[in-house]
Write a protein that binds this ligand. Structure first.
Ligand SMILES: [Zn+2]
Length: 485
């Protein structure tokens, strides 16, 4: 008995020693560990006016591409050319496929690879039923209550105009970057980017340009979004999930609803959707998520830092926490959800042909083929036909130890001294998918502060950017371009 107690005690001592050792060697990955204070930047009224003007030009993308407003894109380019004339004098500009713009800023050193900054010109439509709910009209660009209001303020004109403001400042200083920089502005990110980003990428591919790194929208300086971290967190998207939509169709004889068959087409369809829903994947952490935990873990207060340092023992505890939110669950598996259903037209007629679209977001360790195979096996019903729709494979993981990531990290530390920086897995899809083969390193990051409330306005009601926040975004791009080596 005594022996057993002794060995138990020994075990506990060893365990505690391992936990403590792991915790003490779990070092911060931040460049600046000092808890800095947010900087107070002066408000640049002309920059505010420019963003407000940009919002007023309605560059909405519609699924029906025949109703796209070419004149709006033309006015947008005219607006840029007038307001940022010195930029257009010194950079080479090319219009691609009528509605996208590419600028090239020649650097001093042409032996090093160029970099590319990307933003999109288009915005999502305003739902008719929500128009009245906007505090300030969606295309007013009104400046009120410390915000610039309107569709595109955050997604993605806030970023686009910030890039131009930064360029304007650098032109005024007579600055030339060390490395060549391309600025690409696509016209249809909100509907997949096939006419904008994809065409820009084709153009660059034809010129055999490859990039040191590519930067696009994505993560941001999140406030109160990462659990257990009080400080703001700069989320730099180093990977994004893939995408596939499956249309599942059931075709069973219909008829009068007074004498229904044992199983109608709708029953077959619903049962297939239910099977998919009930057979969700087991949770796991992929490379990008592990890196995220490595970056945020050391910034956690004790004893949470010990929990993150000893994931060999505590990982299930952490994942249980993440499973509590929809975003957290989506980080840990390929997700699926039925989004469109076409079932029946009349209440007393049994429909014979019914269908549903199920949208999958693919985790980085799977391919679309594996997802399709798994879904087919899970449904396992000869009455169901599966058609594959749009596909984007998950992106590869861009390293957090490259020149590009470090430059973003360094710039963030200087412009947002109160924020920690971490790599991050993007749940949504960006135009970066079109550039995967012309750069090894893709960073999805819109350097702007974002609360959960503001995040909810993106594609929603009352989209707006804080005037002070916008000043920081401009400063970020200016600092980053100045420090580009
Ligand atoms: Zn966007």
């Amino acid at each position: 008995m005594k022996k057993l107690l002794l060995s138990l005690l020994l075990l506990v001592i060893v365990l505690v020693a391992v936990l403590l050792f792991k915790t003490s060697s779990f070092k911060s990955k931040q460049i600046v560990t000092a808890h800095g204070k947010r900087k107070e930047l002066p408000i640049d009224e002309s920059a505010v006016k420019h963003l407000s003007d940009a919002i007023r030009i309605n560059t909405t993308s519609y699924d029906d591409t025949t109703i796209v407003n070419q004149a709006a894109f033309d006015s947008f380019f005219t607006f840029l050319k007038i307001e940022y004339a010195p930029v257009f004098e010194n950079l080479e500009d090319t219009i691609i496929n009528q509605r996208s713009l590419l600028l090239k800023w020649k650097g001093k050193n042409e032996t090093v690879k160029p970099v590319i900054l990307y933003a999109h010109l288009d915005v999502v439509p305003i739902e008719e039923s929500t128009k009245a709910k906007w505090t300030h009209d969606a295309f007013s660009g009104e400046v009120a209550e410390g915000f610039i209001w309107g569709r595109g303020a955050l997604d993605d004109k806030g970023s686009l105009i910030s890039i131009f403001e930064a360029l304007k400042h650098l032109q005024a200083k007579g600055f030339t970057p060390e490395r060549t920089v391309y600025f690409a502005f696509g016209s249809d990110e909100e509907i997949g980017g096939s006419q904008g980003a994809a065409m820009i990428a084709n153009y660059l591919r034809a010129q055999k340009v490859s990039f040191e790194f590519y930067m696009d929208e994505g993560g941001m300086i999140s406030e109160g979004i990462v659990p257990n971290i009080k400080r703001p967190v700069a989320l730099i998207g180093t990977a994004e999930k893939g995408y596939v939509t499956l249309e599942i169709t059931a075709n069973v004889k219909g008829g009068h609803s007074s004498h229904p068959p044992k199983e109608s087409a709708a029953d077959v369809l619903v049962s297939a959707i239910k099977k998919l829903h009930d057979n969700q994947e087991k949770r796991r952490t992929v490379e990008t998520v592990n890196e995220f935990l490595d970056f945020v873990g050391p910034e956690m207060p004790a004893p949470l830092n010990m929990v993150f340092a000893n994931r060999w023992l505590f990982l299930p505890l952490i994942l249980n926490e993440y499973e509590k939110s929809d975003e957290g669950r989506a980080l840990l598996r390929t997700t699926e959800v039925a989004t469109v259903m076409n079932v029946g037209e009349k209440e007393n007629v049994i429909p014979s042909l019914v269908s549903a679209k199920v949208n999958f977001r693919i985790l980085s360790d799977e391919t679309s083929n594996q997802v399709i195979e798994r879904a087919t096996k899970t449904i396992n019903d000869t009455l169901i036909k599966i058609t594959v729709g749009e596909i984007y494979e998950p992106s590869k993981n861009s390293s957090s130890s490259t020149y590009g990531f470090k430059l973003l990290q360094q710039t963030s530390a200087s412009v947002f001294p109160d924020a920690i920086v971490t790599p991050f897995l993007m749940l949504g899809s960006t135009d970066s998918k079109h550039f995967q083969d012309i750069t090894e390193n893709t960073y999805r990051f819109f350097p702007v502060r974002m609360t959960n409330e503001l995040l909810g306005t993106v594609h929603g009601i009352n989209e707006r950017i804080g005037v002070k926040d916008y000043m920081e975004t401009i400063s970020f791009y200016e600092t980053m371009l100045s420090n580009l080596k």
